[in-house]
Write a protein that binds this ligand. Structure first.
Ligand code: AMP
Length: 217
């Protein structure tokens, strides 16, 4: 059993690195952002509640997210663990994991400065069905505009506009960034706490990948 949390601002490379970790250890990636986007696409009640907040770069309520995650990790594919990508995003969500006795083994923080984030997110493209992410400049698909594995079209997410990116970064600094320190302190205290590791996310994707995988092994 191995549960991993990926921390870092939007656009740090959490989704990309999650996929590498998922392949290496055979555990699923759980992206609360992707789950919410599917709910919006399907027009569910959850999707309706989440859409406005997401478009404005804010956070969906802790209760909704916590329930979504609890339900997801009860599925059989999570029996050997999972990778949380984009969760927890608040101290309350992190505390909910502790309260529910969901033990985390590793916290991996990927650090990237704000200016770099803005240039990255505005060039980001995604294959909606699989969650695979590309970048027009840094990680282009083999053929422009289509997914490498399925050949289906890539989309630019609604929240990839520059204004929304700035709002998402503000939300990140106000509500999420402190989770790094939160887990760092817990890790130092030892005991049952997850191990905390930090990586420089401005390095090449492959370099970050090697550093993370060798740390987790
Ligand atoms: P992401 O794809 O992880 O960047 O998430 C996209 C958007 O979904 C975020 O900007 C939030 O509005 C919402 N969201 C995703 N995960 C969470 C979470 N753990 N808590 C609250 N809101 C979330």
């Amino acid at each position: 059993m191995m549960r991993i949390i990926l921390l870092g601002p939007p656009g740090a490379g959490k989704g990309t690195q999650s996929q590498f970790i998922s392949k290496e250890f055979g555990i699923p990636q759980i992206s609360t952002g992707d789950m919410l986007r599917s709910a919006i696409a399907e027009g569910t009640e959850l999707g309706k509640q989440a859409k406005g907040v997401m478009d404005a770069g804010g956070l969906v309520s802790d209760d909704l997210i916590i329930n979504l995650v609890k339900e997801r990790i009860s599925k059989p594919d999570c029996a050997n663990g999972c990778i949380f990508d984009g969760f927890p995003r608040t101290i309350a969500q992190a505390e909910a994991l502790v309260d529910a006795d969901i033990k985390i083994d590793h916290v991996v923080e990927i650090s990237v400065p704000d200016d770099e984030i803005v240039s990255r997110l505005s060039g980001r493209r995604q294959h909606p069905a699989s969650g695979r992410v590309y970048h027009v400049k840094y990680n282009p698909p083999k053929v422009e505009g289509v997914d490498d594995e399925t050949g289906e079209p890539l989309i630019q997410r609604d929240d990839a506009q520059e204004d929304t990116i700035r709002d998402r970064l503000k939300t990140y600094h106000d509500q999420t960034a402190m989770l790094g320190g939160f887990y760092q302190d817990k890790s130092k205290a030892g005991g049952d706490a997850p191990e905390y590791h930090q990586f420089d996310g401005t390095q090449d994707i492959d370099v970050v990948k090697e550093q993370i995988l060798s740390t987790l092994k």
